[in-house]
Design a protein. Sequence first.
Length: 317
Amino acid sequence: MLDICICTHNPNRQILTIVLQALANQTLSKDRYQVWIFDNVSDLPIDLSDLAPLTEAKVTFKLLSAPKLGLIYARQVAIEVTNSEWLVFVDDDNELSNNYLETVLESIANNPKLGCFGGKLLLPSKTKYPQWTEVMLPYLGIKDAGDEVLSSCVNYWGEWEPPGAGFVINREVLDLFQRRLASLSTKFVLGRQGNSLLSAEDSMITRGAYELGLDCAYQPKLQLIHHIKPQRFAFLYLLRLLYGYGRSYVLLERILDNPVPKIEKWIIVEFMVKRIAVRIKDTQSIPHCLCMIAWDCGYLYESRQSQAISIGSGSMA
């Protein structure tokens, strides 16, 4: 049995219907999965009428409230109330391919060392966006790393590490995440919270696989369509997003007990001059350059904050 978890806050109802219809159309037998919808303090609460595609297809589902605002808290509720060995987290704008869940079970059966995995995250074919944002697509949850399986138990980021959209997580990895989250000071919680653009709570989950001796993997046969809101391609949004990524990088590394040195005030100018020089050299356009400088600014800001991340210390495994 698979538990499919959708954590949602103020979803686009039209896109949500597409997401649910894709779940209703799965080739996997409906007695082998159930869908959980966690309404994370939506202004207009989700109700049963929004879930008509599941009802009409006779898919087993439950609608629950996740009353504390924040994706990481909604996922925490999902982990607590489900009990299957594997969870599939589907965002409220993820349209799964019809064989997605069947492919999930095949991947699990063929790879006993897996701790977490995901696949291709593609844009709808008719999506229009500014040309300069092509290089920013990975930051927006778009991924195509080719057609070869990638798998690793090496504890650093690589293409084998899945983004949070559509990723599949083993219960043992989720339990480690729960223990780690319980140890954190609340001011260091990652992930989206309302309009906040912090991220990396998915990496906080997946990195736990390495601690347990399990693999993260990219399984290209897993494919979904990511229906990104048009406003996310806007320059100002991407500036805010990359600033949040810079902050989140520092927070994640400290949560995982990897030291990130504080950038002292007397070297701030030197640090930023060097980073700007690197960005000018390595980026493809002025907007791209400015977005990556925003990442550096987020890194700088967070590096100077308190390092008292947790109420405990050491490995959580």
